[in-house]
Design a protein around this ligand. Sequence first.
Ligand code: ZN
Length: 176
Amino acid sequence: MRTPSITAAVSWLHEHDELARLINTVSTDNLPVLVITRRMPHDTLPDRVVQWLLRRARQKIANILDLSPVNTGNEYVQLVEGTSAPTIKSIAMTFEENDPFGMLIDIDVFQYGVPLTRSGRGAPARHCLVCDKPAKYCISANSHPRSILFWSVWRYFFTAVIKCGRNFIISRNSLK
Ligand SMILES: [Zn+2]
């Protein structure tokens, strides 16, 4: 099982190009690779909340794909057997667009070390957390002050909490 061996490295490799290169060297059996990462700057949400968001996203995707559970609890890189990469990408995009917490999560699907793109599936680029422009544009242009990003992330978080209503319970245990 290769997944745990690359997880530690991936935790600090947030640049997709670096991630793709890493995965390309690790995944030699051509299985699609599912990568779930935070979609907000560090130090906006507390780490425990981010870990909870990642675990929740992973669990939702795993339920759809019928993936076996991973013991570490914080896994967010996984080789996927039995489902094609385009199908996984569609599931990921549906989650990103429709889940209450989807705006705070990035789900990438790689095959042969190359990420499947939204544009390749006829979908527009994901928009920025603050404005309607593509997120990549605002990140590279450094368009928004840190304080605005901070409040925008929290706004998405609390809006999602309200949408989930009674189903949303952050117990101490679920955040550990
Ligand atoms: Zn923006």
